[in-house]
Structure formats: structure tokens, C-alpha cells
Design a protein around this ligand. Structure first.
Ligand SMILES: Cc1cc2nc3c(=O)[nH]c(=O)nc-3n(C[C@H](O)[C@H](O)[C@H](O)COP(=O)(O)OP(=O)(O)OC[C@H]3O[C@@H](n4cnc5c(N)ncnc54)[C@H](O)[C@@H]3O)c2cc1C
Length: 475
């Protein structure tokens, strides 16, 4: 690093994930001198690990598929799903900017074909299950592809990228943020964007700001990037920043024996029914990840996925956990219940036998015949491109594996921002010189994840907005 240049820097970006890289490219495109610090050896953070799915309205991809959508419609849906607990002004800015940000990414080289995608792995337009219209944009090469394009644009625009350097704290003078301390050195800048991601890897911060994660007990596992240590919250304390999004995050439902993201762990059998402690079905087993964790959490007592021998045998090979052998081993160890009849299975998991038998009978009458009058799972399966109806749950032995929200993807508590991504203090006033975006900047990600790419869209859109407002031409 060259210290003279550092002193003259217009913008310092803390963190090289989606939000930070988007902020850096945006500022550099406007002619600003930009220095980006990344604590890890590699850039990309959780963004790089993600599917890269990006929710946005009124895009060229939607238009190419004849999907009519507007930022206003997106806004209404977003606010309704979050019970209007978010600040409408901020969310409107996000909903208006997400589409143009996606077009900007496409202009930089991100490829998103105007094609229907049935999952987070196939490039195109996808539906995660809670949208009023299809809004989940899946890029080619997923999150890794997004990061590569943004890194290339950083280099092309002269951003100084500094890996392996964890910013220690903010430099604050007379209430104004004037730079950061990194590698024991004061580095000054016109403004600072904190884009250091979330705090999924810090157990104390989880207990304080996302206690729901603790409810998973020993079954909790974290898939967010290593750098998700909550440094934004520590920086915030230096300037008396207000914290928003307290108590919110995204926990995906998993079987208790999963320890990896489902791309590696594998997928539960299609022919399964989720039952609660009353032995009753209470959800579409394929409900969107945006809401399924909350639905399971709302049940009184444990929830089990019930399936039969045929379903176990039909699990595809090649995954770490949902395989025929692994499920059998869990049953042998007594952790997954296994029984020769449904009443015996009911006894093993402590639910009423008559209710479980009635639940499975109703499921067998409906789902294998392509219907689900109670929970409309047939519609979800169709949106996933899963045409064949599930098999009946009929071949003993029967299995019951506990399912709970235990896979921690991202956290939503961060530095409260306004629609310009400026950080607010506890009085609600802006902290001069300080911006935040992505999981570090809070107020866009709400109680309910607005499926189909809420967090990547938040990171890149708000990172871009932060830079537009923080760099000289925008100030
Ligand atoms: C497996 C997985 C799949 C996902 N899939 C999707 C999806 O398809 N769509 C979606 O919307 N969301 C998805 N998410 C969530 C989404 O990826 C993240 O919420 C989002 O990308 C966060 O972006 P960010 O820039 O805020 O943080 P990150 O991408 O995590 O970047 C933060 C960076 O800051 C660095 N850093 C931290 N502290 C410091 C410091 N003090 N100094 C310097 N650098 C620091 C970190 O190392 C990291 O590189 C997924 C998440 C995971 C883990």
C-alpha cells in the first residue's frame, strides 16, 4: 500500500463481498479514488457462497418473459410481507433501485437469460414461493459469478483492493468519520462505507441480536462466510449508531442431522409429510424458505418429516447427509425414529397415533393424485418444475426425522441506515462520513425474507446507493 495515496482517498470500503464490491465499483466509475479492505485472503464473503439470486422488479429479464412488474408493486408486497415493520421510505428507495442495479450488473457482464428457472442453480427467472410475480433473478455462475464480474470491474476502474486486512476500527474526529484503522495504521478518506457483512459467526452477538439461532441448540450450523464476525456492530458503538433489524435473520429448516448447506447435504424425499406434535400436517413441505422456518417455529413442540422405506431408498447418491445409507445409519443409532407401522412410529415420536394415521391417509389420498387441497403443494412442485406426483407413504418401515430451523444463512441486525445508506445515530441523525450496506446496513432486510434473492439484492443495491451518495459528485 502507498500511504500518500491512502491519505488522498475519496472512499474507503470495509469488506469485499457483494455490498462492498458494488460500492467500490460504483464510486470508481464516478472517478473517485477507492480503497477496499477485505479481512480474508479471498474476496467475496457470503455473496460468493450464495446462489446469487437477486430480487428486483421491472427488469429486462422479466420483460423478456412477459412478466409485468413495477417497483411500486414490489414495494407493496415487500411491506405487506414484513407487516409494515420497516421504514417505507427506505424500502421504497431499495425497491426502486433494485431493478436499475440489476441492469447495471448485466451491463458489467453478469449473464441472466430471459428463461424460466425452476431452482437457484439454473440461470434465469425463478420463483421462491412468496412473490406475487416471479422476481428471483439467478445469474450464470451464481454468487461466484457476481463476485468475479464485480472484481473485474474494480480492477478495470482502478480500485485499490487490499485483501487479508481486517479493519480494526473507525477513525472519528469531532463526530465525523474520517477514515479507518487497519494494520495499525490510520487511513483517511472522504467517507467510509461499512460493508463487512453479518455476525453469524459470533456466538455472543447471536445471543444478543438473533436469539432465535440459539433455540436450535446443538443442531445450529452456520453457512455464512468466515468473515461474518459482526465488526459493523463494534464500529457502530464508536459513533453511537442506532441498531435496526434486532432479532431478525434467516434460518433455513433442515433435518437435525444436516450440517452443510443443502447443495452439499442433499434434499429430503419429495414423498414426505411434515407433522407437528399433534400428529397433524400444518404446512406445504416445500414452502418457501422465506417463510418455512417461521411456520415450523410457530408450532407447539417438535416437528418431524415422516416418510417411508421407498422414499429412503430413492434418495439420490452423492450428497453428504440425505442419502439412503446416512438415513439408515441415523435410524440404527436411534436418532431418526424407525418403525414397522404408523402407530409404532407415532409412539416413538410422541404424537397421537390416530392423528398420524389420519394425516398420512389424507396425504396419500391427495398428493400422489396431484392434488393438495389443504396446503396447495401441487402448485409449489409445479413452480419447481417437479412434474411427477409424490409416491404414497405406504411401504414400511416408516421413518420420522426431526426438522427445525437450524441452518444460519444471514443476520439482519445492523447499523440503521436511511434511503441514502447513511448511518443514523440513536437520535436518528446521520453520522457524517459514515455509510453502511448489505447485512452491515440494516433496515431493508426485515422479519420475513422476501424470497428469491432478498439479501443479495439488498447488498448490491444498497452498496451501490451508498457509493452514489458518498462519493464527491453525489455529496
Ligand atoms: C450458502 C448461502 C447461500 C445464499 N444464497 C443467497 C441467494 O441466492 N440470494 C440471496 O439474496 N441471498 C443469499 N444468501 C445471503 C447473501 O449471500 C448475503 O446476505 C449477502 O451476500 C451479504 O452480502 P454482504 O456484502 O453484506 O456481506 P458478505 O458478502 O459476507 O461480505 C462481507 C465481507 O466483509 C469482510 N469483512 C468482515 N469484517 C471485515 C473487516 N473488519 N475488515 C475488512 N473486511 C471485513 C468479510 O470477510 C466479507 O468478505 C446466501 C448466503 C449463503 C451463506
Amino acid at each position: 500500500m502507498n500511504t500518500e495515496e491512502l491519505d488522498a482517498c475519496d472512499l474507503i470500503v470495509v469488506g469485499g463481498g457483494g455490498a462492498g464490491l458494488a460500492a467500490a465499483v460504483t464510486a470508481a466509475e464516478r472517478g473517485a479514488s477507492v480503497l477496499l479492505f477485505e479481512s480474508e485472503k479471498e474476496f467475496g464473503g457470503s455473496t460468493q457462497l450464495s446462489a446469487g439470486m437477486f430480487t428486483a422488479a421491472g427488469t429486462s429479464v422479466q420483460e423478456g418473459l412477459g412478466v409485468e412488474d413495477t417497483p411500486e408493486r414490489f414495494f407493496q408486497h415487500y411491506m405487506d410481507l414484513n407487516h409494515w415493520l420497516l421504514k417505507p421510505g427506505l424500502v421504497m428507495e431499495f425497491c426502486r433501485a433494485a431493478g436499475p442495479t440489476l441492469e447495471w450488473l448485466i451491463g458489467l457482464g453478469v449473464e441472466i437469460p430471459a428463461a424460466v428457472s425452476h431452482d437457484a442453480h439454473t440461470p434465469g427467472l425463478c420463483r421462491a414461493g412468496v412473490e406475487d410475480v416471479w422476481r428471483g433473478h439467478v445469474p450464470k455462475d451464481q454468487g461466484l459469478g457476481l463476485v468475479q464480474v464485480l472484481l473485474r470491474a474494480c480492477r478495470a476502474n482502478g480500485v485499490e483492493l487490499v485483501p487479508n486486512t481486517r479493519v480494526e476500527r473507525l477513525l472519528v474526529e469531532d463526530g465525523r468519520v474520517v477514515g479507518v484503522v487497519a494494520d495499525g495504521m490510520d487511513v483517511r478518506a472522504g467517507a467510509v462505507v461499512v460493508a463487512s457483512g453479518g455476525f453469524a459467526r459470533d456466538r455472543d452477538l447471536l445471543d444478543r441480536y438473533y436469539p432465535a439461532a440459539g433455540r436450535a441448540g446443538g443442531d445450529l450450523f452456520v453457512v455464512a462466510a468466515e468473515g461474518s464476525r459482526g465488526d459493523h456492530l463494534r464500529f457502530g458503538e464508536q459513533v453511537d449508531a442506532s441498531v435496526a433489524g434486532d432479532g431478525w435473520g434467516l434460518l433455513l429448516p433442515t433435518a437435525y442431522f444436516q450440517r452443510l448447506h443443502h447443495w452439499q447435504s442433499g434434499f429430503p424425499p419429495k414423498s414426505r409429510v411434515h407433522v407437528n406434535a399433534r400428529g397433524r400436517r400444518f404446512m406445504d413441505e416445500d414452502d418457501s424458505y422465506a417463510v418455512s422456518g417461521g411456520i415450523i417455529d410457530a408450532q407447539d413442540g417438535p416437528v418431524h418429516a415422516v416418510f417411508d422405506e421407498r422414499a429412503r431408498r430413492s434418495l439420490p447418491p452423492g450428497y453428504a447427509h440425505w442419502t439412503p445409507e446416512h438415513v439408515a445409519a441415523e435410524a440404527d443409532a436411534g436418532r431418526t425414529a424407525r418403525a414397522g407401522s404408523l402407530p409404532e412410529l407415532a409412539a416413538a415420536i410422541g404424537v397421537p397415533a390416530d392423528a398420524l394415521e389420519a394425516t398420512v391417509a389424507r396425504w396419500n389420498d391427495q398428493l400422489p393424485n396431484g392434488r393438495d387441497e389443504d396446503f396447495l403443494r401441487d402448485r409449489t412442485l409445479a413452480a419447481k418444475g417437479s412434474d411427477a406426483a409424490p409416491d404414497p407413504i405406504a411401504e414400511p418401515p416408516f421413518y420420522a426425522a426431526r426438522v427445525l430451523p437450524a441452518e444460519l444463512v444471514c443476520t439482519h441486525a445492523g447499523l440503521e441506515i436511511n434511503g441514502s445508506a447513511q448511518v443514523l445515530d440513536r437520535r436518528g441523525e446521520t453520522v457524517p462520513g459514515l455509510y453502511a450496506a448489505g447485512e452491515a446496513g440494516a433496515g431493508v432486510l426485515g422479519e420475513r425474507y422476501v424470497g428469491g434473492g432478498n439479501a443479495v439484492a439488498n447488498a448490491i443495491t444498497m452498496g451501490r446507493l451508498a457509493a452514489l451518495h458518498a462519493t464527491p459528485a453525489g455529496r
